[in-house]
Every structure is written in C-alpha cells, then in structure tokens.
Design a protein around this ligand. Structure first.
Ligand code: F6P
Length: 362
C-alpha cells in the first residue's frame, strides 16, 4: 500500500497557496511515490460532509501562477470551538474528535496544514490529540514570529504599493487627502512597507496609537509647503491614542472571529474636524489577497512545500516550516503560534519611515 498524506489550506486565502499545494504533490509523488489527498475548505472539509479529492500530478498542472487555493478554504470552522445551533441558540462546541475520526476514515497518515495563526493553532491542538501534523505558514499579514516572512505577504505589499501609485495622481489632481485602509489585523507590516514603497505621507499602524492633532498638523504643514494633497495609509487594526479598535463585527457576532474594518472612515471623520480639505477614503479590502503570487512568494511557497514533505519523510511531526535568513528550517508549531510578529515601534523600519519625513502617528 502506498503511503498516503493529506493537505488542507485554512484561514484567509493568499497568493502562493496553489504553489505550495503543487510543491507538496510533486515532491510527494516524484520523490517518494506517495499518494496525496486534498481536503476541501480547510477543517470544514473534515466536518459534517467530509470533502476531499485525490491530488495527482495532473491536478496541480498549471496552478503555480494562480491566486487563491484550488482546495478552497475557510476561516470559520475551528473544530475546538465550532458553532452549532442547540435549541435554536448558537453555541460553540469542541468537535475535534469528529475531525480525528473523519481523518482516520480517509486512510491518510499525516496532515499538512497550510495556514496562519488560527489554522496552525488548530493543527497543534490535533497534534496534541495524536494526529501527525506538519504546518506551513501563510498569511498576507506577516504576523507569525517564527518565520522571517510568510508567503502571500510580498504580493499583498506589491498590490497596495501599486494602488498607492495610482492614488497619488488623483489625490494630487484634486488636492485631496486620500485615506487608504489596508489589511493586516493587529500587525502593521502591510501598511508600513507599502506606505514606504508607495511614498505615503502618513502611515498609521496598530503598534503606534496615532495622535489626531499631530496627523492634522503634518498634513497642514505639507499644504503650507505647497503639497496640496496627502496620502494616509491606515492599517485596519490602528487605533487613535486612547481610542478603540474599529470592528465591523465582534467575535461574538461573527462565530468567534473578530472582523476588523472601518478605521479609514474614522480617520476621515477625525481629520474633517481639523482640516479644511476634501477627504476621500479607499478601502482596499480583499483586493490585497487576490491575484497571482509575486516570484518571491512562488519560490518561498515551493520551498516550504518541499520542506514539509521532507519533514514527513523524517517523521518529524508537530513542526512548522519557516524561513530564517536564507535558510528554510523547521520549528515547533507550539512555539511558532505562541507569539505574534509585530512591528517594533522603535525599530529600524519605523525609523526609516520617519527619516523620510513620513508621519507615523506620533
Ligand atoms: O488574515 C488575513 C486577513 O486578510 C486579514 O488581514 C483581515 O483582517 C482578514 O483576513 C479578513 O478576513 P475575511 O476574509 O473573513 O473578511
């Protein structure tokens, strides 16, 4: 009997997921002669109606440049806290045993879980219950401490940078303040790096609570110096000094997952109170997650896929692949998910922005 492994993609999609699936299938089939099963829609595919498909070399042909994931994904179905309606009332239940039973039925020996913080925490929980697991980190947010960078992030930064380039000309022509809200959850990486690359005038990130008065002053100063427009990049998790995170839905309202969004409009309202300029808000939203992966992300995803299969061959479970310097290494998933990778407010990158004259909220 051929050794069988399974792979799923969980959490929000990002560019590079198909590259990783392709790398896993090619390495498993070509180098080891294994069989690969693809579980559909993240952990949802192991609940209720079990959904999977065989992944052979043919099924991964031509998918390297494609965004999204051919397996589908979900950022809802956490089996350790799964929403179920009991007597008409939604309750959260631990249905992880159901997932383990469904996995046993598949006849696969190991699960490769490709995901961000949430998916990898679930994978670790299942590993602790006896499932052999290997993790692969992905997210546009770049918020995992254990790896220098996640795939998907560089493509998102390129997408936002291009948007900023485009917004410059219209902001300048209309003499407007353009507020550009970007994703990233509690990490300001997308805002900071794309803001520097796209020549923003102000960058507001969750790691540095912003002062509205200073932001107004910075835009006013620019106007006095003859620049009658400004581009403000605001990360969705940014908060005003002594203010609160702006959420679209709280975790309680959205099956245990907090949905951020709306801070761009909040900043617009705040600026409206102190500036006599036209203001527009652009929310880039899911545009940042779509599209073909940049070469860097294709290569990193491919390296991660190959390394994950290598870990399985070595029977090294409960581990996640990661990039450290130029090397792809592996780390304990438990350690990898215990700390977020946040921007250092006193670090070199923020310092670079400030030296360039970019206002960073303080
Ligand atoms: O984690 C990736 C991410 O795109 C975050 O930046 C964002 O807050 C969230 O997912 C959006 O999730 P959804 O697709 O559920 O709106």
């Amino acid at each position: 009997m051929k050794k069988t492994i399974a792979i799923l993609t969980g959490g929000g999609d990002c560019p590079g997921l198909n590259a990783v699936i392709r790398a896993v299938v090619r390495t498993a089939v070509n180098c080891h002669g294994w069989r690969v099963l693809g579980i559909e829609d993240g952990f949802e595919g192991l609940l209720d109606k079990v959904r999977w498909r065989e992944l052979g070399l043919d099924s991964v042909r031509g998918i390297l440049p494609r965004g999204g994931t051919i397996l589908g994904t979900s950022n809802r179905g956490n089996p350790f806290s799964y929403p179920q309606i009991v007597n008409g009332v939604p309750e959260l239940h631990d249905v992880s045993d159901k997932v383990l039973d469904a996995f046993k039925e598949l006849g696969a020996e190991v699960l490769i879980a490709v995901g961000g913080d949430g998916t990898l925490k679930i994978a670790q929980g299942l590993y602790e219950k006896g499932l052999p697991v290997v993790g692969i980190p992905k997210t546009i947010d770049n918020d995992l401490r254990a790896t220098d960078v996640t795939f998907g992030y560089r493509t998102a930064v390129a997408t936002v940078t291009e948007a900023l380039d485009r917004l410059h000309s219209t902001a300048e022509s209309h003499h407007r303040v353009m507020i550009v809200e970007v994703m990233g959850r509690d990490a300001g990486w997308i805002a900071l790096e794309s803001g520097i690359a796209g020549s923003a005038d102000a960058i507001l990130i969750p790691e540095i609570p912003y002062r509205v008065d200073r932001l107004c002053e910075a835009i006013e100063n620019r106007r006095r110096r003859g620049s009658r427009f400004s581009i403000v990049v605001v990360a969705e998790g940014a908060t005003a000094y002594a203010g609160k995170k702006v959420v679209q839905q709280t975790a309680a309202e959205n099956l245990g997952v907090e949905r951020l969004g709306g801070v761009g409009h909040e900043v617009a309202r705040q600026l409206d109170g102190c500036l006599d300029m036209e203001i527009r808000v652009v929310i880039l939203g899911h545009l940042q997650r779509g599209g073909s992966p940049e070469p860097f992300d294709r290569i990193l995803a491919s390296r991660f896929g190959v390394k994950a299969v290598e870990l399985i061959a070595r029977k090294s479970f409960g581990r996640m692949v990661a990039l450290r310097g130029r090397q792809v290494i592996d780390v304990e998933i438990a350690k990898a998910v215990s700390q977020l990778n946040l921007v250092d407010p006193g670090g070199e990158l923020v310092g670079t922005a400030e030296s360039l004259g970019i206002m960073v909220g303080r």
